[in-house]
Design a protein around this ligand. Structure first.
Ligand SMILES: [Zn+2]
Length: 192
């Protein structure tokens, strides 16, 4: 797999003098122009930094999604959850628990357990589904406003509020924690 050449050449786009995007030629972004030269602009926040060596501190050549997609190939059956945890978090942040669970064909209970770190490995095809869904959702810039998600706007037949920035993204932890408190409270009241 993955022949990575020209390790220190970086094709970058700048915004206000800062690195904003980098050209990714990883497996999810490669595309195909017939010469193996495809690629896509990806936000620099989507890249890990090299940790050591000559290129320490520089952006790695493939984005996180492409790296994890490529890493999945090394795990035939079960994939360590740690490899795809970032993708699950981003999906939940963008889409909310309901929608993420619906699109991955996974129960909300499974998502909850996964995000609590209680699931060590996932099946290879599930891991691929997760990374591909994230790639798709990112490519379309799909994100729902957290207030709309909380209100269940679509279910109520209301029009969804358009998020104007990351602050409007759905924040998962607050809800998870609240849900846990609710469950604990329920347990106390039913057992007491
Ligand atoms: Zn990529």
């Amino acid at each position: 797999m993955g022949r990575r050449k020209g390790g220190h050449y970086q094709k970058l786009r700048y915004l206000d003098g800062r690195q904003a995007q980098k050209w990714c030629r990883g497996p999810l972004h490669r595309g195909d122009n017939g010469k193996g030269e495809g690629g896509t602009w990806v936000d620099v926040g989507e890249f890990y930094l090299n940790g050591s060596g000559r290129l320490a501190g520089r952006l790695r050549s493939w984005c996180k999604a492409c790296e994890s997609y490529s890493a999945l190939g090394r795990h035939a059956r079960n994939v360590p959850s740690s490899l795809i945890a970032f993708a699950v978090e981003e999906l939940v942040r963008r889409l909310g628990v309901n929608e993420t669970s619906r699109r991955l064909f996974k129960s909300q209970q499974w998502l909850y357990q996964f995000r609590k770190g209680r699931i060590d490995t996932v099946r290879h095809d599930t891991a691929v589904d997760i990374v591909l869904l994230l790639s798709d959702v990112r490519a379309r810039g799909e994100v729902r406003s957290r207030t709309s998600i909380r209100r269940g706007a679509t279910m109520r037949g209301e029009e969804e509020k358009r998020p104007s920035g990351p602050r409007d993204f759905y924040r998962p932890y607050g809800d998870v924690d609240q849900e846990e408190m609710r469950t604990a409270r329920r347990r106390r009241t039913t057992s007491g």
